[in-house]
Ligand binder design. Sequence first.
Ligand code: PAF
Length: 283
Amino acid sequence: MQTVTTLGVLRKAVDALRGDGATLALVPTMGALHEGHLALVRAAKARADHVAVSIFVNPRQFGPKEDFGAYPRQLARDSALLAAEGVALLWAPAPGEVYPEGYATNVSVAGVGDGLCGADRPGHFDGVATVVLKLFNQVRPDMAFFGEKDWQQLAVIRRMARDLDLTRPAAEAIHGFPIVREADGLAMSSRNAYLSPEQRSAAAALPAAMQGAIAAIASGTPVPQALDGLRAGLIAAGFDSLDYAELRDADSLAPLGRSAPGARLFVAARIGGTRLIDNMAIS
Ligand code: PAF
């Protein structure tokens, strides 16, 4: 695996990998890799001749009071994991390589980026869209892979790819991969590392409460009542607050007041200083 930290070397490395028409997949990450990321790498390997992974903790997607400083950085460990998976290229740029002096451009995706995490984390999806477009332009992959835990992020990136007529990758070549969960159902996330042992065991209530709400909706409980039950269950289990618990259309992310084909449940909840998100299909 070649590790590259500057744009000039990246371009040469990508050209060399492409050789005689070989395909290249990109898995963009912020590092602190877990099984969810490695599942993306494996899915990418199954589809492309070569896989590139980017590791960049993107300052523009963190709010001023968020965890940019604390976000786990473990490049040596991540690099060993990726090499063992047969990744060809690790793109690990320094912040100045992505946002050089004078950088002034912002990418903003309205609509799908507005509610849910977009409402609670102003500017977050602008930061995501901006850096992902940059990563796409830097690596110019044939396809890219993202985890569905960040369902709204995936919707924002696909919308951007459609709206801006991206070709490397095209919107259709932006693949989502199902959430990878711990044995107790908690969605894998680099931020799970922030949880104390007590918070970690309480956190398993999140997927359980979501499944409970989904079962209640399936058996005829009105959606608002099922979501009230979910909120109460999470607070009783030790969560401090919920940012949202909403039913939305999986594609458009339009809010839904009742269950419908394609409905998905989205939750963001806080335990201690940690914000956890999850989403599940209703049926
Ligand atoms: O999902 C992430 O890890 C990040 O939001 C991404 C897509 C790598 C952009 O920084």
